[in-house]
Design a protein around this ligand. Sequence first.
Ligand code: ATP
Length: 248
Amino acid sequence: MIIVENVTKSYRRGHFALQNLSFEIVPHSFTAILGASGSGKTTLLRCLLQLTQPDTGKIWFQGRNLTHCSALELRQARTQIAMVAQQFNLVRRRTALENCLGGCLPDLPLWRCLTSQFPANLLREGLAALERVQLLEVAFQRADCLSGGQQQRVAIARALTQKARLILADEPVASLDPETAHVVLRLLRSLCEKEGITIICNLHQVELATQYSDRILGIQAGKLVLDVPTHQFSDSDSDVIYKTRSVA
Ligand SMILES: Nc1ncnc2c1ncn2[C@@H]1O[C@H](COP(=O)(O)OP(=O)(O)OP(=O)(O)O)[C@@H](O)[C@H]1O
C-alpha cells in the first residue's frame, strides 16, 4: 500500500530528522512506530502525507509516487489517507457530526461548508461513521463538550466519513488516560481487522504497541533501527530503540 524508499529529511544543516528510511507497509496491517521523543516519528507521518516534503527519497502510495505527482494526484491520494493526531484537531464549536464531515470539505462547494448545509447522503455517512465508533448519541453535541476519548473517536469517525483506507495516527492516545487509550486502540485495531483499514500508529508506550500492532518499526535519531513482527518483539528490541548509542 505504501512504500518508503530512502527518505531523508533535515530541518537544519547537519541534523537529520529522518535518515535514509526505507520500508513497505502492506494493506490491512497495523504497524506501530516506536521511538524516543524527537526521533522523527511525526516527521515520518507528515512526509507520508506530504505535509512535509522529504529532501530526498520516494514515497509510493498505491503505485503512485507522492513525492513527484501532480497536485491533483496528490489530492486524490489524500482522500484515502487520514491523519489522526494527539490533540484530535477538531473544530471545537462544531458538532461531532459536522466535524466528521470536515474530512469531505475539499469536495464540497464553499457555501455548503460556510452554512453547514451538507448533502443528505453525506450526513448519513457521517452518522454511520459515528455509529461505527459508538458515538451516535453525541452526534449533535459540540466537540468541546466531549471527553478526550470521545473527541479522538470523532477524529477517527472523520477519517471513516472521508473513506480513508490508510489512517496515520500520531500518538493518538498520548493525552488520554490508560483505560481510554485502550478504547481508542481497540477501535483502530478493529477497523483494521474488520474493515481492512491500514493503520500506521506512532506510540510512546511499548506495551500498547505489542498489544495492538502486527509489526513494530523502531526509529532512533531519524534512522530505522528495528523492523520486526510484533510477536517477535523482545526486551532487547526495546533497548535497541530507546538506549542511546555511544558514539565511537
Ligand atoms: N518544523 C520543524 N522545524 C525544525 N525542526 C523540527 C521541526 N519539526 C521537527 N523538528 C525536529 O526534527 C526532529 C524530529 O522531530 P519529530 O517531531 O518528528 O519527532 P517525534 O519522534 O515525533 O517526537 P515526539 O515523540 O516528541 O513527538 C527533532 O529534532 C525536532 O526538533
